[in-house]
Design a protein around this ligand. Structure first.
Ligand code: FAD
Length: 411
């Protein structure tokens, strides 16, 4: 058989390569990635690894021996520059190229940059960072000294997780969020205000409705020294971390003529518009049967599910990947786990106690539960996955009755 080439050695690409062998791919499997580290878990980057409590070894997705045993050839530090679907070849930056029988795109995403008009020369400063890769965090950690003033741009998951770690490490932390609340894209106002309160109690200077419009620079020393806000405020800082979302890496696919629409379009089994190419992970977009619209997800569970479907598809099997999307975030002693997509909900219900930091938030559309956020309620999260995935209708008065176990509602 011919070779399978997988582009991108993150969660999706690594799982896809190993699963393709498991499923019986007979030929060579080449896993190409532009990063130099052995494929690693990304979520700890803004959590335990940033805090210094996780070692590099504990981050690896698969041991080198596991990849070798599966016959997965890892091409690290190699960046693919172009695809030629007609000739079935991929070209590298250095001008070399290799052929494939089947191709998998698992190119993920990159940090959404601040507009150039705002970031300006700050982009090149040594203390101005985005946070996506292990290399990013290794650079950030060099500035992570007690007493250092860090300005975090963006009050999403990454900004808030970094804030929690930084406060614990003794830094002076300011979070600047442009929207009128944190986590606005993913949760209800009640959950946002809870997180705002927790951060403020921990000592974070959390500012909402604040637009960053420029930076102050010490050009000679290549350092950002301050942040300018649209309301005229100026904040002195020693470190800037920007977390304002990602942009999917779709350029290779688009240039090769594949269907792309803010994500490489894939069907329910992870097949692209080219019969020889599959795709998986943060770089994809698909029509969600659960939500009746197209979605692009940014989460590890989605990357792994799609990778398994893509591996099956390479062997000619149809394995639909859609599960109720889920995600987690760790901040302080809070384990937030969310399932489903809450956009478009028309009812919001709380179960448990926000004050006691143990609650579940239900999002309903009509009678159906379309999403659930749980805080420090792991057992309810497992049940919530079933409620959302199975499109359950449960009377609101029973959802909010914390005295009756959620489990009894599922019988
Ligand atoms: P990626 O992990 O982005 O991997 C793609 C790889 O392809 C990258 O290494 C990239 O450099 C490489 N690549 C791209 N283009 C090329 C090319 N042309 N040639 C060669 N290589 C290329 N998700 C959760 O579910 N829970 C969490 O708690 C959580 N926390 C997170 C915290 C942080 C700090 C970050 C950054 C993300 C977090 N996520 C979390 C999101 C999760 O990490 C992503 O959804 C997941 O990593 C997506 O995997 P992927 O393989 O699709 O893409």
């Amino acid at each position: 058989g011919g070779a399978l080439i997988v582009i991108g050695a993150g969660h999706a690409g690594t799982e896809l390569a190993v699963q393709a062998r498991e499923a019986g791919w007979p030929g060579a499997i080449r896993l190409v990635g532009d990063e130099t580290a052995l494929p690693y878990h990304r979520p700890p980057l803004s959590k335990a690894y940033l805090a210094g409590t996780a070692t590099l070894d504990s981050l690896h997705l698969k041991a080198r021996a596991t990849l070798e045993k599966a016959g997965v050839e890892l091409l690290q530090g190699r960046r693919v520059q172009a695809l030629d679907p007609a000739a079935r070849r991929v070209a590298f930056e250095d001008g070399s190229s290799i052929g494939y029988a089947r191709l998998a795109l698992a190119t993920g995403g990159r940090p959404r940059p601040l507009p150039a008009a705002i970031a300006g020369a700050a982009e090149d400063a040594d203390n101005f960072h985005y946070l996506r890769t292990l290399a990013d965090v290794d650079r950030i950690r060099r500035h992570f000294a007690p007493g250092a003033r860090v300005a975090i741009v963006g009050g999403g998951y990454i900004g808030l997780e970094v804030a929690a770690v930084a406060i614990k490490a003794g830094l002076k932390v300011t979070v600047l969020e442009a929207a009128d609340r944190v986590l606005a894209r993913v949760t209800a106002p009640r959950v946002s205000s809870f997180y705002e309160q927790v951060h403020r109690e921990a000592g974070v200077d959390l500012r909402i409705g604040v637009q960053v419009d420029g930076f102050e620079l010490d050009a000679a020393r290549r350092r950002v020294t301050g942040v300018h806000c649209a309301d005229g405020e100026r904040l002195a800082c020693d470190l800037v971390i920007v977390g304002i979302g990602i942009v999917p890496n779709t350029e290779l696919a688009a240039a090769a003529g594949l269907a792309v629409d803010d994500g490489i379009r894939i069907d329910a089994c992870a097949r692209t518009s080219d019969p020889h190419i599959v795709a998986a992970g943060d770089c994809t977009r698909f029509d969600s049967a659960l939500y009746g619209r197209s979605v692009r997800l940014e989460s590890v569970p989605n990357a792994l599910e799609q990778a398994r479907s893509a591996a099956a598809a390479l062997l000619g099997h149809e394995r639909p990947f859609e599960i109720a999307p889920w995600f987690w975030s760790d901040q302080y002693d809070l384990k937030l786990k969310m399932v489903g997509l809450s956009q478009g909900h028309d009812q919001f219900l709380l179960r448990g106690s926000v004050e006691q930091r143990s609650f579940s938030a239900f999002y309903l559309k009509g009678e159906r539960v379309i999403a659930v956020d749980t805080v420090n309620r792991p057992a309810e999260f497992m049940l919530a996955r079933r409620i959302v995935g199975e499109r359950r209708v449960i009377p609101p008065e029973r959802l909010v009755d914390d005295g009756a176990p959620l489990k009894s509602l599922l019988q």
